[in-house]
Design a protein around this ligand. Sequence first.
Ligand code: GTP
Ligand code: MG
Length: 302
Amino acid sequence: MDAGGKAAFRAGYAALIGKPNVGKSTLLNAMVGQKVSIVSNKPQTTRRKVVGVANGPGYQIAFIDTPGVHEAKTQLGRVMVEHARMALAEIDAVIAVVDGAHHPGDIDKQIAAIIEASAEGTPRILCMNKMDLLKAEDVQRNVDAYTALFGTNDYMLTAATQGVNVDRLLGMIVDLMPEGEPMFAEDEFTDQSSRFMAGEMVREKILEATRQEVPHSVAVMVDSWTDSPELTHIGATILVEKASQRGILIGKGGQFLKSVGTKARTDIEAMLGRSVFLELHVKVQEGWRMSPRILHELEYGD
Ligand SMILES: Nc1nc2c(ncn2[C@@H]2O[C@H](COP(=O)(O)OP(=O)(O)OP(=O)(O)O)[C@@H](O)[C@H]2O)c(=O)[nH]1
Ligand SMILES: [Mg+2]
C-alpha cells in the first residue's frame, strides 16, 4: 500500500517448468488470455523459451514457458532442456507444473533437483494440472507426494483446458510478484516474432495429425515473407529426417500438406488480421536435430 492506501503495481517474471505434455503451454495461454505457445498431445511440443505477458488490474506478469524436461538423446533435446534450466535465472516465481492425475516419477525428481540448483530461494508454487483426470481417491496421496517433492505447501489443482482454477493460480502468482512498473507495453504479449509464430502454427497442425517419430522429426523454417496491400505471402520449408516422412507429410495427391496449410493459414490470418497466402515445401534434411547450425537457423539455439 502507498500513503494513499492504493495497492502498488506488481510486475515480475514467473517460469513454468515440468515434464513434457503436462500442460505448461496450455496454462500459459489460459493465463495470458490468448494463444502464445503452441499445444499438442505429443510430448516435447515446446522447443524453446517463450514469453507470454499477462496484464490485469494492478499487475503484469511475464510468464516464461519452457520445453518439457526429459532424458535428452539429441542435440535438440539437450538445447531444449538447457532452455528450461536457463529460464529459472532471475525470476520472481517458479511454477512447477505436474500431471496431477499421476504419481511423481523419476523425471519429476530431476526437475525438483533442477529447481533446487537453479532457483534456490525463489518462491515456488506447485500446479497440479489435469485435475479432470484425477480420481478422488488419489487426491491426497498425489498432493502429499508432489508438495513434499517440490518443497512447497502452496499448490493449486487446475484443469487448464477447461480454465478451471486458472484464475486462482494466477492470483497466487500475482501475490508473489514484487512491486514495480510494467516491463512490457500493453499490446506486447510475447517475445516471439510473427515469423517464428507462423512457423510454429504450421508445426502445431503437423503435430496434431502425425504419430510416433514424425512429430519429433519435423521442423518448420519460414524462409520468405512479403507484405503486399492485399495479403501477406509466406513461404515455409518443413524439414523432415527421412524420405518416408516426406511422403507422409505430402500425402496422397498432396492432400495432407494441403490440409495442414489450410488450418495453419486460418490461424496465421487470425494472428495477423489480414489475408495470407501460405506456400509450404517439404525437404529431407537428415540429422537436422544433431546440427547446431540448423538448430540456430531454426531459432532453437542460443
Ligand atoms: N485432460 C486434460 N488435458 C490437458 C489439460 N491441460 C492440458 N491438457 C492437454 O495436454 C496436452 C499437452 O498440453 P501442452 O500444453 O502442449 O503441454 P506442455 O507441458 O506444454 O508440453 P511440452 O511443450 O511438450 O513440454 C494437450 O493435448 C492438452 O490439450 C488438462 O487440464 N486436462
Ligand atoms: Mg509446451
